[in-house]
Design a protein around this ligand. Sequence first.
Ligand code: 5GP
Ligand code: ZN
Length: 113
Amino acid sequence: MKNNCIFCQIIDGTLNATFILKEENCIVIKDIAPKAPIHYLIIPKVHIPDVASISPSQFDVITNLFAVAQKIGKTLPGSQAYKLVINNGHDAGQRVFHLHMHFLSGPISIQGI
Ligand code: 5GP
Ligand code: ZN
């Protein structure tokens, strides 16, 4: 938990979000500014700033993000197509420095992802 981190605040309940799933190690919420008809954020509960900061002991938590993506994917209608995006670093578009995976489905406006 990092005090000034918005995703930590959503995880601890001090900031509101629309929850899709609450898992043991991660949460899934709707993105506040969706770039696709379905745009979720899969967020590990542990505060890891970015991909570059993941330690080997945390790899199981990261693997679980993909398991959750598969779980959400199975609930999609039609072709069950989706795109997963993780930004690492400001120059790559990362704006929230608590690791998260974007889950996007439907026509995607890639600008801003
Ligand atoms: P990044 O640019 O760091 O990869 O992605 C951050 C994402 O978090 C953006 O898509 C942005 O719309 C979303 N976001 C920022 N603040 C909030 C918030 O307070 N609540 C929710 N649900 N999403 C947020
Ligand atoms: Zn955090």
